[in-house]
Write a protein that binds this ligand. Structure first.
Ligand code: KPL
Length: 300
């Protein structure tokens, strides 16, 4: 039998996933910082109660970690992993599921010995207090290998899949990540600009004009990269997601409202970097990038 998963990042997605795995009898363990471990008394899921998943901190781990599911925010990942890297087995399996792009590639360069997988989820949840979450709509989760090992991704998807949190393997995870990046690029920064829920981006004419422009710029960039087939009908896709998640506050708006750093670097910042390298002008995205990174000094 394979080793159970350690989950790094007990935010909304990490906690929800952990609870669903725990309910399915897959015995995940939370990996917390020592100060968080001191406060931890179980995870609470609104409407369902308390779940006492085991939790450890890296310092107290006896055996090297062989399977790590990383659900922390993109801007926290590199430093969190450099703290725990000495506790990982040399060929550990590491699955990184978060918004944005770019972090997994950096991890791959820094830790070539790990078996690295990347993932994306449309499962919704928000954290109302530490270790307390509310689910906000069921979605799909895809994981895949950045180096294309589909068989291994299938095995991992099966072990991470559970009722209430289905996981599938994806043969081209870069395409799936690019599609989710397009959605986050359109919705997240604009919900911050207009301080609104996702659905209001469709009913506010100024916000909707911006949404159209962000999508058009993202599409033009995709054309320049030969990825246009990945984001055909982007505005329709974004409109559908904004409708389905109409009542949600985007994760970026939640971060801004809570005074936390946002994922703007891994979302719009990543796209602006790619556009600059390709010599493509994306002014609406550029302005959003500058505006949002100024909101929280730690983002810079
Ligand atoms: O992924 C999201 C987020 O808020 O980060 C969307 C899809 C925009 C849903 O809120």
């Amino acid at each position: 039998m394979s080793d159970p998963w350690l989950i790094l990042g007990a935010g909304s997605i990490g906690a929800l996933w952990g609870i669903r795995l725990h309910q399915a009898g897959k015995t995940p363990t939370l990996l917390l910082r020592p100060e968080a471990l001191g406060r931890y008394e179980g995870l609470t899921l609104s409407g369902e109660g308390k779940f006492c998943l085991p939790a450890v901190s890296a310092e107290t781990i006896v055996h090297p970690i062989s399977r790590l599911l990383v659900c922390c925010k993109s801007h926290q990942t590199l430093s969190a992993l450099s703290d725990i890297a000495p506790h990982l087995a040399p060929n550990a399996t590491v699955v990184v599921v978060q918004n944005g792009m770019g972090v997994a590639e950096q991890l791959q360069k820094k830790y070539p010995q790990w078996q690295l997988f990347s993932g994306t989820t449309t499962n919704g949840a928000h954290r109302s207090a530490p270790f307390t979450i509310t689910p906000a709509g069921r979605g799909d989760t895809l994981i895949g290998s950045l180096t294309g090992n589909f068989r291994q991704a299938e095995t991992l998807a099966e072990s991470l899949s559970c009722p209430g949190f289905p996981v599938n393997a994806c043969s081209d995870i870069t395409e799936a990540l690019w599609q989710k990046l397009a959605i986050n690029c359109a919705i997240n920064p604009l919900t911050v600009r207009y301080r609104c829920r996702n659905g209001e981006l469709l009913s506010n004419p100024a916000a909707y004009r911006d949404l159209q422009q962000v999508c058009e710029e993202f599409f033009q960039l995709s054309v320049a990269l030969g990825r246009e087939s990945w984001v055909e009908n982007l505005l329709d896709t974004v409109t559908e997601v904004a409708c389905k998640t109409a009542a949600n506050r985007s994760s970026m708006l939640q971060d801004v409202e809570a005074g936390r750093a946002t994922e703007i670097e891994a979302i719009t910042g990543y796209v602006c970097g790619i556009a600059a390298d390709a010599g493509i002008d994306i002014p609406v995205n550029q302005t959003l990038y500058q505006d949002i990174r100024q909101l929280h000094p730690a983002t810079r």
